[in-house]
Design a protein. Sequence first.
Length: 363
Amino acid sequence: MAGKKLTVVISQSQSKNPAHRELEETLAAELMMSGDVEVSLVPHLYDMSHDHSGMLFLKGIPGDIVFASWLYPRAAFWTLDRAGIRGHEGITTLHDEEDEEELSAEQQEQASKGIGSVDAPPRKIYCLDLRSFGDAEPYLDEIRRLVSEASTQTVDLMSFIQGNPKQEQMERYLNPLPIVNNGNGQPTNNGSAQNPQQNGSSPNGASPAETNGASEKVTRRWYPVIDYSRCTNCMECIDFCLFGVYGVDTLDRILVEEQDNCKKGCPACSRVCPENAIIFPQHKSAQIAGAPGEVGNLKIDLSQLFGAPTAIELAAQERDTELVADGREAVGLSVGIPKRQTEENAERDELDDMLDDLDNLGL
Ligand code: SF4
Ligand code: SF4
């Protein structure tokens, strides 16, 4: 995006914790003063509906984005993707100590066996986790680095769009239509609605640190987010969920179709997914909330040593709780449990080897 400033979006915390607000405000103020970037504040990403003005603002950003939020970067990136705000994961050097072993985004992309995003334009989305550091300086350093990196790049998004066979579809990245609710709880594009780029809310014309819908009401939500860099489209989640949350798109790809049907606090299907591709960004377990690294499929599930339920059994119990709460019958392990899982349970595994080793020690 030669000649254009990088856009930094700060997605606000759900919490009213003064330390969170202070970090957000310090970051915004310092970036505004630098004059090197466009800065905007939006509400918490996960809670914004598709027609929220903060989301419309995000859809209108044409180039690279630095997205700072109180979410794991993987959760933020795929929540944006789900809302149609697409690009490629930008590599950041900002890692807290726990992330030291994390692969770079490029390495992850190369190693990925997932079906990937659809028609992601050639721009970068850099997601920063505001929980990694308590003060603004590490984020400011990283954003300065990204600004200098961006100034050496000449990504021409318009050329990409004009040369793309799906030009009409891709043009929404430069000229998005607002998404309105059609009354059935389903967001839809409405050509009669006013374009945000024509009403002065375009990021290109925005004043620094514009608060795009930051004061507009949002309510807390709960739904799964699919990481398509991991998802292999195996459809195990659609068979497992008995609440109609999942569906398929016109390309027969899995998608979260009725996200508000999901049961608040329940993460059951994330335990069933064989690729750890289902994220619940607000879950208290880092693994389920989208922490980096290969998680969930632990080689040895130590809980089995103590007779605790396996991940699949736990998922079935969680699903049963929600079925009963809805006045339906519990189904246990009789519905939607992949054959693979039961075969795995029957086969000798590393846990058996470990128990044999313990026996051999003669303790
Ligand atoms: S179970 Fe996981 S890998 Fe399979 S389709 Fe669902 S999200 Fe994708
Ligand atoms: S958590 Fe439960 S209700 Fe929500 S999508 Fe997964 S299986 Fe369905």
